[in-house]
Design a binder for this molecule. Sequence first.
Ligand SMILES: Nc1ncnc2c1ncn2[C@@H]1O[C@H](COP(=O)(O)OP(=O)(O)OP(=O)(O)O)[C@@H](O)[C@H]1O
Ligand SMILES: [Mg+2]
Length: 315
Amino acid sequence: MLVVCPNPTIDRQVILADLAPGTVLRARENKAYPAGKSVSAARGCRANGASPQVHVLLPEGGSSWYLDTLRAEGMNVTDHLYPGEVRETILVYEDSGRVTVINGTGAEIAADRWYEFVRMVVAQVTPGGWVICSGSFPPGVGESELADFVGRVARAGGKLALDTGPNWLATGIAAGPALISPNLAEAEAVLAGDPGAVEPTDVGADALERAEAAAVALRARGVEHVTVTAGAAGVAWASPDGTGRLPGIEVEVKNPIGAGDAFLGGLVAWLEVGWDFPAAVRWGMATACSAISQWSPGAASAEDAARYHARLHQS
Ligand SMILES: Nc1ncnc2c1ncn2[C@@H]1O[C@H](COP(=O)(O)OP(=O)(O)OP(=O)(O)O)[C@@H](O)[C@H]1O
Ligand SMILES: [Mg+2]
């Protein structure tokens, strides 16, 4: 399995009682992790026994700490360096559970360097094997580059699990990924043809019903496997194994950011070894539950995931 991380970032977490904009504050705790949504998905894969090769397209400045820390976790990382500084994301966690995220902008990449990265990644694709790509793309990569990347993976026989923002997703869908996993707000924005209109995920009583309808509608656009996650409400899917819903379970949340990526990593880890879709979805959710109960984005322990998985079977 391959994981492609085109726009990595360093997550700088700030934990405090209350965020008061415009004042000087002192954090109760600070943490830093090498991150980016695909890296979170790779952590989710690894919690399920998979050992993906993780291709990171990384600006050189600040790359040593990023790569050393990721490799110290035991991740198999291939780095593709280009000029610039690694971007940073500031995440503020308040005691109320509110999280504020300020995403940094990636370093601009030249077109020839981007295409070289894509060629190197696609050369590693195994026919029938899964490729995960989650998150955004750096400046310099536009819709035609995304469509080209998705098409090349498909032509090499790879099954691409693509989880990118609604602005990119419509283009990505048209180019032929095997799986997409938007959250409910992203899915509804794409279906409405209004990708700028993403509202926070609504976990109202009808969230799973809406998620299932969205999964079916997105699958009708030609993607074989679709999951639509709906935060605490759970997940719905549409796949060749049918459609379905899995309600969420209660989790003591520390870091909700990266839940969708941990879900995707867990899901694909089990699809890769041939499990049917509903069974793989259950492990995806168990992985997400484990990941959000600790701080490292997407990381889960196998024991913890198994504990949540057992609770899902009871629900
Ligand atoms: N507060 C929560 N309580 C319980 N389970 C949750 C919660 N938040 C997320 N999950 C689990 O994680 C899965 C994915 O979450 P979500 O829909 O929030 O993904 P997302 O919006 O893509 O997240 P991110 O963009 O931060 O990765 C859900 O389907 C659910 O199983
Ligand atoms: Mg997501």
